[in-house]
Ligand binder design. Structure first.
Ligand code: C2E
Ligand code: MG
Ligand code: MG
Ligand code: MG
Length: 285
């Protein structure tokens, strides 16, 4: 049987692989997705949706986060979790990531031209992008190429990524800061930040990972982590954003902890640009 065959194979030092139909399917799926993504880049099938951030003191929209979606002719609107890893593997993320900066800057400029309120927009960035020596220049170029400016553009990056190359990160973040780009550490609390380096990184926002927010009302442990992150951010002179806020109870807890900003389905889902207008024009509450 399979078990004794595996034992034998191990004993004899052979490499053994049991055939499973799902393996071949997975490989085929991967090639198919790779080709479809290349085509998607060429045809410009990506769109940005925007999720508002709410200032917890004033109730106003105080920023937007740009979240990419793939408008696939076969599969409809595809979430980033399904294709960002493949864009990263193939290096296509460099092109798509630059596009996201250009697109966010362009759409913001268009809203501004119509007299709409135009909050700042934070664009998410992958490790592969920020690791490159020419990262800052590529952002500047992408925005210039579409005839827009970096005004009102910020970025979100995960903590592990900055800690990988602290001195390189500091330099790039300082260059961005000089261009008026604020930086948020995304999914904070899930990585391995060194507090020593965190205090030295030129970062203006900490964004608490949604996993702590979802469990906060049931778990004293998560609640303690959230309140500690808020205190830490404030001690370091940073603003703090809670992501994934879905209930009033979570909001009330965060208010009591003096969290600065919140984001989540309770306030708004990520919206396509054309559905955002009425939302931005609403008074806060
Ligand atoms: P993230 O930056 O941490 O974004 C937060 C995710 O949580 C988003 O998922 C958002 O739609 C979702 N979310 C927001 N509010 C709630 C809520 O109340 N409840 C729940 N359950 N979820 C909520 P999304 O849009 O699927 O994006 C997933 C991840 O993909 C993002 O995580 C980000 O890391 C990455 N991503 C998105 N756009 C881009 C991009 O343009 N470039 C890169 N490199 N990565 C991106
Ligand atoms: Mg983000
Ligand atoms: Mg996040
Ligand atoms: Mg997250």
């Amino acid at each position: 049987n399979a078990e004794s065959a595996l034992k034998k194979a191990k004993l004899s030092g052979e490499r053994y692989l049991f055939y499973q139909p799902s393996m071949n399917e997975k490989v085929a799926d991967t090639f198919l997705l790779d080709n479809k993504l290349r085509r998607a880049v060429d045809r410009g099938e990506f769109v940005l949706h925007y999720q508002p951030k709410r200032d917890m003191t004033t109730g106003q929209v105080c920023g937007l986060e740009a979240l990419i979606r793939w408008n696939s002719p076969e599969d409809g609107l595809v979430a980033p979790g399904k294709f960002i890893p493949m864009l990263e593997e193939t290096g296509l993320i460099l092109e798509v990531g630059a596009w996201a900066f250009g697109q966010a800057a362009l759409e913001r400029q268009r809203w501004q031209a119509t007299g709409m309120p135009t909050p700042r927009i934070a664009v998410n960035v992958s490790a592969i992008q920020i690791r490159r020596a020419d990262f800052v220049q590529s952002v500047v170029n992408a925005v210039q190429a579409v005839g827009a400016s970096l005004e009102g553009i910020d970025l979100e990056v995960t903590e592990s990524l900055l800690m990988e190359d602290v001195s390189g990160s500091i330099e790039k973040l300082e260059d961005l800061r000089n261009l008026g780009v604020n930086v948020a550490i995304d999914d904070f609390g899930t990585g391995y930040s060194s507090l020593y380096y965190l205090a030295r990184l030129p970062v203006q926002f900490l964004k608490i990972d949604g996993s702590f927010i979802y469990t906060m009302t049931a778990s004293g442990h998560s609640k303690m982590i959230v309140s500690t992150i808020i205190s830490l951010a404030h001690a370091l002179g940073m603003r703090v954003i809670a992501e994934g806020v879905e209930t009033r109870e979570q909001q009330q807890l965060l208010e009591a902890m003096h969290c600065d900003e919140m984001q989540g389905y309770l306030f708004s889902r990520p919206l396509p640009a054309e559905q955002l207008a009425p939302f931005l024009l609403q008074p806060g509450g």
